[in-house]
Design a protein around this ligand. Structure first.
Ligand SMILES: [Zn+2]
Length: 248
Protein backbone atom coordinates (compact mmCIF):
# COMPACT_ATOMS: atom_id res chain seq x y z
CA UNK A 1 0.00 0.00 0.00
CA UNK A 2 1.12 3.52 -0.69
CA UNK A 3 -0.42 6.82 0.25
CA UNK A 4 -0.52 10.44 -0.74
CA UNK A 5 -1.91 13.52 0.93
CA UNK A 6 -4.55 15.42 -0.98
CA UNK A 7 -4.77 18.13 -2.00
CA UNK A 8 -1.00 18.47 -2.21
CA UNK A 9 0.30 21.70 -0.70
CA UNK A 10 0.15 23.15 2.76
CA UNK A 11 -3.29 22.08 3.89
CA UNK A 12 -4.01 18.49 2.88
CA UNK A 13 -7.45 17.24 3.97
CA UNK A 14 -7.51 13.64 2.75
CA UNK A 15 -5.32 10.59 2.69
CA UNK A 16 -5.41 8.69 -0.58
CA UNK A 17 -4.43 5.05 -0.10
CA UNK A 18 -3.73 2.94 -3.14
CA UNK A 19 -2.19 -0.35 -4.03
CA UNK A 20 1.28 0.23 -5.39
CA UNK A 21 1.74 -3.27 -6.84
CA UNK A 22 0.86 -3.60 -10.49
CA UNK A 23 -2.60 -5.13 -10.80
CA UNK A 24 -3.19 -4.56 -7.09
CA UNK A 25 -2.77 -7.01 -4.25
CA UNK A 26 -6.41 -7.24 -3.18
CA UNK A 27 -5.84 -5.27 0.02
CA UNK A 28 -8.46 -2.58 -0.63
CA UNK A 29 -10.99 -5.16 -1.71
CA UNK A 30 -10.42 -7.08 1.48
CA UNK A 31 -10.77 -3.95 3.59
CA UNK A 32 -14.21 -3.50 2.07
CA UNK A 33 -15.36 -7.09 2.15
CA UNK A 34 -13.93 -8.52 5.35
CA UNK A 35 -15.54 -6.87 8.40
CA UNK A 36 -12.58 -7.90 10.58
CA UNK A 37 -9.95 -6.37 8.31
CA UNK A 38 -10.23 -2.69 9.15
CA UNK A 39 -10.34 -3.19 12.95
CA UNK A 40 -7.26 -5.40 12.60
CA UNK A 41 -5.46 -2.59 10.76
CA UNK A 42 -6.38 -0.15 13.56
CA UNK A 43 -5.09 -2.60 16.14
CA UNK A 44 -1.78 -3.02 14.37
CA UNK A 45 -1.47 0.76 13.98
CA UNK A 46 -1.93 1.18 17.75
CA UNK A 47 0.75 -1.42 18.37
CA UNK A 48 3.16 0.29 15.96
CA UNK A 49 2.49 3.61 17.72
CA UNK A 50 3.48 2.06 21.07
CA UNK A 51 -0.04 1.78 22.50
CA UNK A 52 -1.58 -1.30 24.04
CA UNK A 53 -4.45 -2.06 21.61
CA UNK A 54 -6.64 -3.51 24.38
CA UNK A 55 -6.34 -0.73 26.92
CA UNK A 56 -5.01 2.19 24.88
CA UNK A 57 -2.25 2.55 27.46
CA UNK A 58 0.88 4.35 26.25
CA UNK A 59 3.88 2.02 26.41
CA UNK A 60 6.17 4.92 25.57
CA UNK A 61 8.50 3.16 23.15
CA UNK A 62 8.99 0.14 20.93
CA UNK A 63 9.74 -3.20 22.66
CA UNK A 64 13.46 -3.54 23.42
CA UNK A 65 14.12 0.18 23.02
CA UNK A 66 14.87 2.24 26.13
CA UNK A 67 14.53 5.71 24.70
CA UNK A 68 11.06 7.23 25.16
CA UNK A 69 9.24 8.18 21.98
CA UNK A 70 7.58 11.54 22.63
CA UNK A 71 5.82 12.26 19.34
CA UNK A 72 7.32 9.96 16.71
CA UNK A 73 10.39 7.83 16.13
CA UNK A 74 11.78 5.58 13.41
CA UNK A 75 10.10 2.58 15.07
CA UNK A 76 6.65 4.12 14.62
CA UNK A 77 5.76 6.96 12.26
CA UNK A 78 9.00 8.36 10.93
CA UNK A 79 10.54 7.19 7.70
CA UNK A 80 12.98 8.74 5.27
CA UNK A 81 10.21 9.23 2.77
CA UNK A 82 8.08 11.37 5.08
CA UNK A 83 10.86 13.69 6.25
CA UNK A 84 9.04 16.74 4.94
CA UNK A 85 6.24 16.24 7.47
CA UNK A 86 8.24 14.96 10.45
CA UNK A 87 7.47 18.08 12.47
CA UNK A 88 3.71 17.41 12.06
CA UNK A 89 3.74 13.77 13.15
CA UNK A 90 2.48 12.97 16.63
CA UNK A 91 1.47 9.43 17.49
CA UNK A 92 -0.53 10.66 20.51
CA UNK A 93 -2.83 12.67 18.27
CA UNK A 94 -4.18 9.53 16.60
CA UNK A 95 -4.60 7.25 19.60
CA UNK A 96 -8.30 7.99 20.23
CA UNK A 97 -9.34 7.70 16.61
CA UNK A 98 -7.49 4.39 16.26
CA UNK A 99 -9.20 3.10 19.42
CA UNK A 100 -12.57 4.01 17.82
CA UNK A 101 -11.55 2.44 14.50
CA UNK A 102 -11.10 -0.90 16.29
CA UNK A 103 -14.87 -1.16 16.56
CA UNK A 104 -15.52 0.55 13.22
CA UNK A 105 -16.89 -0.92 10.03
CA UNK A 106 -16.06 0.17 6.52
CA UNK A 107 -18.97 1.30 4.40
CA UNK A 108 -18.86 2.71 0.93
CA UNK A 109 -19.97 6.22 0.19
CA UNK A 110 -21.51 6.63 -3.27
CA UNK A 111 -20.43 10.26 -3.44
CA UNK A 112 -17.60 12.47 -2.24
CA UNK A 113 -19.51 13.19 0.98
CA UNK A 114 -19.49 10.83 3.98
CA UNK A 115 -22.14 8.12 3.78
CA UNK A 116 -24.25 9.45 6.66
CA UNK A 117 -24.36 12.91 5.14
CA UNK A 118 -25.22 11.52 1.72
CA UNK A 119 -27.99 9.41 3.22
CA UNK A 120 -29.45 12.47 4.95
CA UNK A 121 -29.45 14.34 1.63
CA UNK A 122 -31.24 11.46 -0.09
CA UNK A 123 -33.79 11.31 2.70
CA UNK A 124 -34.55 14.99 2.32
CA UNK A 125 -35.30 14.40 -1.37
CA UNK A 126 -37.70 11.51 -0.77
CA UNK A 127 -41.26 12.18 -1.81
CA UNK A 128 -42.89 9.32 0.10
CA UNK A 129 -42.57 7.19 3.22
CA UNK A 130 -42.06 4.21 0.91
CA UNK A 131 -38.89 5.76 -0.55
CA UNK A 132 -37.63 6.52 2.93
CA UNK A 133 -38.21 2.89 3.95
CA UNK A 134 -36.22 1.74 0.93
CA UNK A 135 -33.26 3.91 1.99
CA UNK A 136 -33.48 2.56 5.55
CA UNK A 137 -33.57 -0.96 4.12
CA UNK A 138 -30.36 -0.29 2.14
CA UNK A 139 -28.69 1.29 5.15
CA UNK A 140 -29.70 -1.47 7.57
CA UNK A 141 -28.35 -4.11 5.20
CA UNK A 142 -25.11 -2.25 4.42
CA UNK A 143 -25.95 -2.00 0.72
CA UNK A 144 -24.92 0.67 -1.77
CA UNK A 145 -26.82 3.90 -1.59
CA UNK A 146 -28.06 5.60 -4.77
CA UNK A 147 -26.00 8.50 -6.12
CA UNK A 148 -29.01 10.77 -6.44
CA UNK A 149 -32.78 11.00 -5.97
CA UNK A 150 -35.63 12.53 -7.96
CA UNK A 151 -33.45 13.57 -10.89
CA UNK A 152 -35.43 14.31 -14.05
CA UNK A 153 -34.47 12.43 -17.22
CA UNK A 154 -35.52 14.76 -19.99
CA UNK A 155 -35.36 12.33 -22.93
CA UNK A 156 -37.98 10.02 -21.42
CA UNK A 157 -39.80 12.65 -19.37
CA UNK A 158 -39.40 10.61 -16.25
CA UNK A 159 -38.23 11.16 -12.72
CA UNK A 160 -36.93 7.91 -11.20
CA UNK A 161 -37.07 7.76 -7.41
CA UNK A 162 -33.36 7.02 -7.25
CA UNK A 163 -30.43 6.75 -9.61
CA UNK A 164 -27.12 4.85 -9.53
CA UNK A 165 -24.65 6.78 -11.66
CA UNK A 166 -22.04 4.03 -12.01
CA UNK A 167 -24.51 1.38 -13.08
CA UNK A 168 -26.69 3.76 -15.06
CA UNK A 169 -29.57 2.28 -13.11
CA UNK A 170 -32.89 3.98 -12.43
CA UNK A 171 -34.90 2.79 -9.44
CA UNK A 172 -38.68 3.09 -9.24
CA UNK A 173 -40.52 2.02 -6.12
CA UNK A 174 -44.17 1.80 -6.94
CA UNK A 175 -46.77 2.72 -4.37
CA UNK A 176 -50.53 2.02 -4.63
CA UNK A 177 -51.28 4.58 -7.45
CA UNK A 178 -49.21 2.48 -9.86
CA UNK A 179 -51.86 -0.24 -9.73
CA UNK A 180 -54.29 1.76 -11.91
CA UNK A 181 -54.26 0.55 -15.54
CA UNK A 182 -53.61 4.01 -17.00
CA UNK A 183 -50.63 4.53 -14.71
CA UNK A 184 -49.38 1.01 -15.45
CA UNK A 185 -49.37 1.78 -19.18
CA UNK A 186 -47.46 5.03 -18.64
CA UNK A 187 -44.89 3.17 -16.51
CA UNK A 188 -44.39 0.58 -19.26
CA UNK A 189 -43.86 3.27 -21.91
CA UNK A 190 -41.31 5.07 -19.74
CA UNK A 191 -39.46 1.85 -18.95
CA UNK A 192 -39.23 1.01 -22.66
CA UNK A 193 -37.94 4.51 -23.45
CA UNK A 194 -35.29 4.27 -20.72
CA UNK A 195 -34.15 0.81 -21.77
CA UNK A 196 -33.87 1.91 -25.39
CA UNK A 197 -31.44 4.56 -24.23
CA UNK A 198 -29.28 2.10 -22.32
CA UNK A 199 -30.57 2.68 -18.81
CA UNK A 200 -31.11 -0.24 -16.46
CA UNK A 201 -34.61 0.08 -15.04
CA UNK A 202 -35.25 -1.58 -11.70
CA UNK A 203 -38.90 -1.30 -10.78
CA UNK A 204 -40.59 -2.95 -7.84
CA UNK A 205 -43.42 -2.40 -5.43
CA UNK A 206 -43.99 -2.07 -1.73
CA UNK A 207 -45.15 -5.69 -1.48
CA UNK A 208 -42.25 -7.25 -3.38
CA UNK A 209 -39.54 -9.09 -1.51
CA UNK A 210 -36.82 -6.43 -1.32
CA UNK A 211 -34.31 -9.01 -0.13
CA UNK A 212 -34.49 -10.94 -3.41
CA UNK A 213 -34.43 -7.74 -5.47
CA UNK A 214 -31.11 -6.63 -4.03
CA UNK A 215 -29.68 -10.11 -4.59
CA UNK A 216 -30.66 -9.97 -8.24
CA UNK A 217 -28.83 -6.74 -9.13
CA UNK A 218 -25.12 -6.07 -8.48
CA UNK A 219 -26.09 -2.38 -8.38
CA UNK A 220 -26.92 -2.79 -4.70
CA UNK A 221 -24.07 -4.94 -3.48
CA UNK A 222 -20.65 -6.25 -4.45
CA UNK A 223 -17.50 -4.15 -4.35
CA UNK A 224 -18.48 -0.62 -5.25
CA UNK A 225 -17.34 0.31 -8.69
CA UNK A 226 -17.52 3.95 -7.58
CA UNK A 227 -14.73 3.14 -5.20
CA UNK A 228 -12.75 1.38 -7.92
CA UNK A 229 -13.33 4.30 -10.24
CA UNK A 230 -11.97 6.80 -7.84
CA UNK A 231 -8.84 4.77 -7.28
CA UNK A 232 -8.28 3.95 -10.91
CA UNK A 233 -8.47 7.59 -11.96
CA UNK A 234 -5.55 8.31 -9.67
CA UNK A 235 -3.51 5.28 -10.56
CA UNK A 236 -4.67 3.61 -13.74
CA UNK A 237 -2.51 0.55 -13.22
CA UNK A 238 -3.67 -0.24 -9.71
CA UNK A 239 -7.29 -0.74 -10.51
CA UNK A 240 -9.15 -2.84 -7.99
CA UNK A 241 -11.18 -5.55 -9.73
CA UNK A 242 -14.62 -4.16 -10.49
CA UNK A 243 -17.82 -6.02 -11.20
CA UNK A 244 -19.06 -5.94 -14.76
CA UNK A 245 -21.55 -3.23 -15.55
CA UNK A 246 -25.14 -4.32 -15.59
CA UNK A 247 -27.01 -4.41 -18.83
CA UNK A 248 -30.49 -5.79 -18.90
ZN1 LIG B 1 7.84 5.92 18.23
Amino acid sequence: MACELLPTGNAPRYILLYEAAEGGAGVLRRLLKDPQAFPAVAREALRICHFNPDTGEDEGHAPGVSEICEAACYDCLLSYSNQLVHRLLDRKAIRDILMDFQSGIVSIAPAATPRTEHLAQLNRLCSSKLEESWLSFLEDNDLHLPSSAQGFIETCKTRPDFFYEEHNAAIYIDGPPHQYPERKQRDLTQTACMEDRGYVVIRFGMNDDWGSIVKKYPTFSGVASEFCGRISRQRPRTRVGCPARVRS
